[in-house]
Ligand binder design. Structure first.
Ligand code: HEC
Length: 283
């Protein structure tokens, strides 16, 4: 019932968003025709983002994630409610701000996604393969992982990023992530820092955040997960990394791999002090 009302409210929002999209695209076309330059386009995109902020379809993912969190599932038929996400068993609020983190029980540094996989295995009795399949949804395929991530990240809204990074393995992951950020390779000889290591760069009308600048790193990290209007999906930070690997022409980034957790550690810790504002809404 609650979900039905939510859907109706969001439908109205989506229709409004569609109208704005059409108007913005026309305005962008106009600005490039009249050759008013990039600043005009950047302003249009910003205006469009603000307009979208009013109603966020990601609320549907958050609601589904909360249901999944509380639902008895898996061979052991238990919920995830006793999962320790870093602040103690069952604590959801604020958990996103302290991740990635080293966990005693698994002996590993885990980000939210890999931690959820661990809990699905340890508490619910899923196999590891089963727990980590289907990390990103599509039109005919809803991902439980993306919904859980939206719910848990949403429960940290308004709280400051506060990744410790002091434990030896956490330090090692941070350094590894940093190394990966600057590592050049692939057919284009790109690194993350080729696109995200200088200010004012742009690719196909999109501003590329300089992830080495604290304010931009904070803004980037604290606004994921996000509902992507262009895809009609709520995407996690892991999806963002996966897609940038693709843009970089690197081999596929394996979900919950050490590499993905290390990069997340580097970017999350650099965002410390930034206030969580996710799920956000993006182009
Ligand atoms: C070929 C250029 C390119 C490379 C290389 C690249 N990215 Fe990206 N990145 C993009 C684009 C384009 C976007 C989307 C910007 C937008 O939608 O506004 C993006 C977005 C992001 C964002 C989200 C920013 C935000 O504010 O939402 C993060 C985080 C990110 N990239 C991290 C990385 C990491 C880590 C690497 C290295 C593994 C990397 N990127 C490599 C082009 C690149």
């Amino acid at each position: 019932m609650q979900n039905a009302m939510l859907s109706q409210r969001l439908l109205a929002g989506v229709i409004a968003v569609f109208a704005i999209t059409t108007a913005s695209v026309a305005a962008m076309a106009q600005s490039s025709l009249t050759n008013q330059g990039g600043d005009q386009t950047a302003k249009e995109i910003e205006r469009y983002r603000q307009a979208l902020g009013d109603g966020n379809p990601a609320e549907l993912w958050e609601a589904r994630g909360e249901d999944l969190w509380k639902q008895k599932r898996g061979p052991k038929n238990v919920s995830l409610e006793q999962c320790d996400l870093g602040l103690g068993a069952g604590m959801v609020k604020g958990a996103y701000t302290v991740l990635p983190k080293h966990f005693e029980d698994s002996g590993k540094v885990e980000d939210l996604e890999s931690r959820l996989v661990t809990c699905m295995v340890m508490l619910q009795g899923f196999s590891y393969i089963e727990a980590k399949k289907n990390p990103f949804g599509g039109p005919d395929n809803k991902s439980s992982m993306e919904a859980l991530v939206a719910y848990i990240a949403g429960a940290s809204r308004g709280l400051k990023m506060n990744v410790s990074g002091k434990q030896p393995d956490e330090k090692r992951y941070y350094e590894l992530g940093k190394k990966m950020f600057f590592h050049r390779g692939g057919t284009h000889d790109f690194s993350c820092s080729t696109c995200h290591g200088a200010s004012g760069q742009r690719i196909r009308l999109q501003d590329l955040p300089n992830l080495l600048k604290q304010d931009q790193a904070q803004r980037a990290y604290t606004t994921w997960p996000a509902y992507r209007v262009s895809q009609g999906e709520t995407r996690s930070f892991q999806w963002r990394l996966y897609d940038c690997f693709r843009q970089q022409r690197f081999p596929e980034l394996e979900f919950t791999s050490e590499a993905s957790i290390a990069l997340t550690m580097f970017l999350a810790k650099n965002a410390n002090g930034g206030v969580m504002n996710a799920p956000a809404i993006k182009r």
